[in-house]
Design a protein around this ligand. Structure first.
Ligand code: HSE
Length: 334
């Protein structure tokens, strides 16, 4: 091969080309100075709802399709990247892709929190990978560290600020003395909060994410619907001011905690008074953090941008590259 020539060996299909999808394409189409395996990846198909919208970055002609099933059944595609969000058609498409021997990368916390077991079982049977680093903590590596680097520890607690929208709102309320409604409107204007902010402000998004983290950290199955969940709608400027006088800030925490004998687990999401001295108290704006406590390690805090195009796409593409690395190793060993 001549130097500079692109050696394309792995074709991927994207389901969805919204914010994270375009961020993913931007990284893959600009591999210079990044992981050399990016040069082995080609975006073969991108599934979208409509072909009429202008797209940036522009993709080669013929790549966009509204036929999402054609992506998960395409014999040339080895990795399907699910960026649709929501439960359906995501669940069905992921299962169909697995049945067709595709590896999966997903940023979809809702589908993994509720249907993770079904999806992992299908993947085990098919001998394919399902990676989901982007589903929790945006760009912060948290799934892989929990599974691998911290895996030999007996985990006692996982506490996260794992919703960027609510953390932004609480931070603004604290800094400006403003009320929830005012800051939510401002956050929507700035594009930080969704037009329908329910999943974020009522804590459901954080509950999906802690269900995933708890299942990895503690093993076993977490029933998402059993997680008690309270959001931040009822927090007002007076609560925040009283907390401040007493030396606390208010944060929406997602908590998974084992009991002393390590034989039962509490998982919950609710606004919490956090001492200003605590490391989580200084996690502000759209940043996320996950504090893990285990034996013998003690405490580790993973901190960084918990949402946004580049951050989330970084996690998605890292998972793609991980799978490509494994597939290349397997090919070499065959
Ligand atoms: N709506 C989510 C948040 C996006 O605000 O954290 C990232 O999962």
């Amino acid at each position: 091969m001549e130097s500079g020539q692109k050696a394309v060996t792995f074709k991927i299909g994207l389901l969805g080309y919204g914010t994270v999808g375009t961020g993913t394409a931007e990284i893959i189409l600009d591999p210079s100075g990044r992981n050399s395996l990016l040069k082995e990846i080609e975006i073969a198909k991108v599934g979208v709802r409509s072909l009429d919208k202008p797209r940036s970055p522009e993709l080669p002609v013929g790549i966009l399709t509204t036929d999402l099933e054609s992506i998960v059944t395409d014999p040339e595609i080895s990795i399907v990247v699910e960026l649709l969000g929501g439960l359906e058609p995501s669940r069905s498409l992921i299962l169909k892709a697995i049945a067709n021997g595709k590896n999966i990368v997903t940023a979809n916390k809702a589908v993994i929190a509720r249907h993770g077991e079904e999806i992992y079982n299908a993947a085990n049977d098919a001998g394919v990978y399902v990676l989901l680093e982007a589903a929790v903590g945006g760009g912060i590596p948290v799934i892989k560290p929990l599974k691998q680097s911290l895996g030999v520890n007996r985990i006692q607690t996982v506490i996260g600020i794992i919703n960027g929208t609510t953390n932004y709102i609480l931070t603004q309320m604290t800094e400006e003395g403003a009320d929830f409604g005012e800051v939510l409107t401002e956050a929507q204007k700035l594009g930080y909060a969704e037009a329908d902010p329910t999943a974020d402000v009522d804590g459901y998004d954080a509950a999906d994410k802690i269900a995933i983290l708890a299942a990895i950290a503690f093993g076993g199955r977490i029933k998402r619907d059993d997680i008690p969940c309270e959001g931040i709608r009822k927090i007002n400027a007076t609560d925040i001011s009283y907390a401040d006088d007493l030396g606390f800030v208010i944060k929406l925490l997602a908590i998974a905690k084992a009991n002393e004998n390590n034989d039962s687990l509490q998982v919950r999401v609710h606004p919490t008074l956090v001492s200003k001295e605590h490391p989580l108290a200084n996690v502000n704006g759209v940043n996320n953090a996950v504090l893990v406590e285990g034996d013998p390690l003690g405490q580790v805090m993973l901190f960084g941008p918990g949402a946004g195009k580049g951050a989330t796409a970084s996690a998605v593409v890292s998972d793609i590259v991980n799978i490509v690395g494994i597939l290349l190793t397997n090919n070499t060993n065959e």
